[in-house]
Design a protein around this ligand. Structure first.
Ligand code: ATP
Ligand code: MG
Length: 141
């Protein structure tokens, strides 16, 4: 089993799609080990997406991610990181394969429904950003 992190982004939570997205992930074989609902502060959003701080879209991305509640979800599955990226679809929903979460729920390249960790190493860092070890252990099957 491998762990990864998704964030159901503010656009999806506001649109009432969080439940459908979690159901989609469960149908894909992911187990939810922990979940929270929170509105990211500016400092938290800046830190989470720090790797993009030189990008032209960074300030707008931070505004979007702090615009309302989002839901970090800790997930487990075989090959979880790669499988989540496949199920998510491309960053730009116009380029996302049919049936992917972004093709179903994203409305723009920025408001693109969910986040997914891009490597096993980053998944561990990102899980630790939102969840304690105790919380992750408590939710394991
Ligand atoms: P995420 O990291 O959220 O899973 P990703 O790995 O598919 O998404 P990244 O390149 O890491 O894509 O970009 C992080 C986020 O920044 C995107 O999900 C999107 O919300 C936003 N973003 C990326 N590119 C653009 C862009 N050209 N214009 C506006 N927003 C963008
Ligand atoms: Mg990314």
């Amino acid at each position: 089993m491998e762990a990864t992190l998704t964030i159901i982004k503010p656009d999806s939570v506001a649109a009432g799609n969080a439940g459908n997205i979690i159901a989609h992930l469960e149908r894909e074989g992911f187990k939810v080990t922990a979940v929270k609902k929170l509105t990211l502060s500016q400092a938290q959003a800046r830190a989470f997406y720090e790797v993009h701080k030189e990008r032209p879209f960074y300030d707008s991305l931070v505004e979007f991610m702090t615009s309302g509640p989002s839901m970090p979800v800790a997930l487990e599955r075989d090959n979880a990181v790669k499988h989540l990226r496949a199920v998510m679809g491309a960053t730009n929903p116009a380029e996302a394969d049919q049936g992917t979460i972004r093709s179903l729920y994203a409305t723009s390249i920025e408001a693109n429904a969910i986040h997914g960790s891009d490597s096993a190493e980053n998944a561990q860092i990102e899980l630790g950003f939102f969840f304690s070890r105790a919380e992750l252990l408590a939710g394991r099957g």
